[in-house]
Design a protein around this ligand. Structure first.
Ligand SMILES: Nc1ncnc2c1ncn2[C@@H]1O[C@H](COP(=O)(O)OP(=O)(O)OP(=O)(O)O)[C@@H](O)[C@H]1O
Ligand SMILES: [Mg+2]
Length: 293
């Protein structure tokens, strides 16, 4: 069975880095993996290709009736199937409609049936209308949505927007799109970890994994590789492998009935003010460690 998994989140929170490292960890664990890049820059898969950009599917098709399935995909690290559906300098920025047509093309080429990957990961950029996410879920049955969030207000607001979209879509579907969890990324302290976890708790969601902020990620990015490939024995690789493992568990789990409940704009604001007060208390020595959190 193929599990279609979406990684979503605000710009710059680390989706692409996570998608590539999770893919690498999954393939090392023996699963077959396809990474579908939806980033507008068309560079979702480059860490699996020594930093090189891949041809964008829509560019490959341009001017042709169709292309062979084998031409549409590119084998990356340890045989991960890579597809880029983003934009390219040749075509300019693509719309969510273009992205949706790109996913339709994958279906038309019957890539999922032919390749039968265990996991298909979609690296989906965030915006206030969650339009790229909408484009993907309109075409494929996403088994779990994972929202990537750094410990800042805007990242959590974007996660909350995704919960709101999920609630809206699920109201119209027989089979709900399930929430896999919020992935805290770039975490530097227990305070940041608690901040993201508490947000998830208040939105009836949960966090899954935790990826610390690390210079190793930057180093490997400069090499054009995943951490899993370039620094396989590093602590950071451990976190990516652990997360991949948790994603496998979450994707196979039987639906428990928990769907996220987005906070209203007012509730999100009052919740964040409570956290601002906590930071004040920490800064001013009213509490002296994270225990009070
Ligand atoms: N855990 C981490 N520790 C340190 N740096 C990180 C971490 N995760 C990601 N980064 C760095 O943060 C930057 C942004 O990451 P990335 O491109 O994966 O984000 P993104 O969410 O895909 O962004 P976009 O929305 O623009 O596509 C990159 O330089 C990446 O190396
Ligand atoms: Mg990206």
């Amino acid at each position: 069975m193929t599990h279609h998994i979406a990684l979503y989140g605000k710009g710059g929170v680390g989706k692409t880095t996570l998608a590539a490292n999770i893919s690498a960890a999954l393939v090392e664990a023996g699963f077959s993996v396809m990474l579908v890049g939806c980033d507008p820059d068309g560079a979702s898969c480059s860490l699996l290709h020594d930093g090189a950009a891949l041809p964008v599917l829509q560019d490959q098709i341009r001017g042709r009736e169709t292309i062979a399935a084998a031409t549409a995909v590119h084998a990356g690290y340890k045989g991960i199937t890579c597809v880029e559906l983003g934009s390219s300098p040749f075509t300019g920025l693509r719309s969510p409609g273009d992205l949706q047509r790109g996913v339709q093309e994958l279906k038309r080429l019957q890539l999922f049936e032919q390749l039968k990957p265990d996991y298909v990961l979609y690296d989906i950029p965030g915006d206030s209308a969650c339009s790229a996410l909408q484009a993907v879920v309109a075409e494929v049955d996403i088994v779990r949505l994972f929202v990537v969030a750094t410990a800042d207000y805007k990242a959590l607001q974007s996660a909350n927007d995704a919960f709101a979209l999920l609630e809206l879509l699920n109201g119209e579907r027989a089979e709900p799109i399930l929430m896999g969890g919020v992935i805290p990324n770039g975490i530097t302290s227990s305070f940041e970890e608690s901040f993201v976890s508490d947000f998830a708790f208040h939105a009836n969601a949960r966090t899954i994994g935790k990826v610390p902020r690390s210079l190793v990620v930057r180093q490997c990015e400069l090499y054009g590789k995943t951490v899993i490939e370039s620094r396989p024995l590093s602590n950071q690789s451990y976190y990516y492998r652990r997360l991949a493992n948790q994603i496998v568990d979450a994707s196979g789990a039987i639906y428990s009935g928990n769907l996220p409940q987005p906070m209203s704009a007012e509730r999100l604001r009052s919740w964040s003010r409570e956290w601002a007060d906590r930071i004040y208390a920490l800064e001013n020595g009213l509490v002296t460690d994270g225990a009070a959190i």
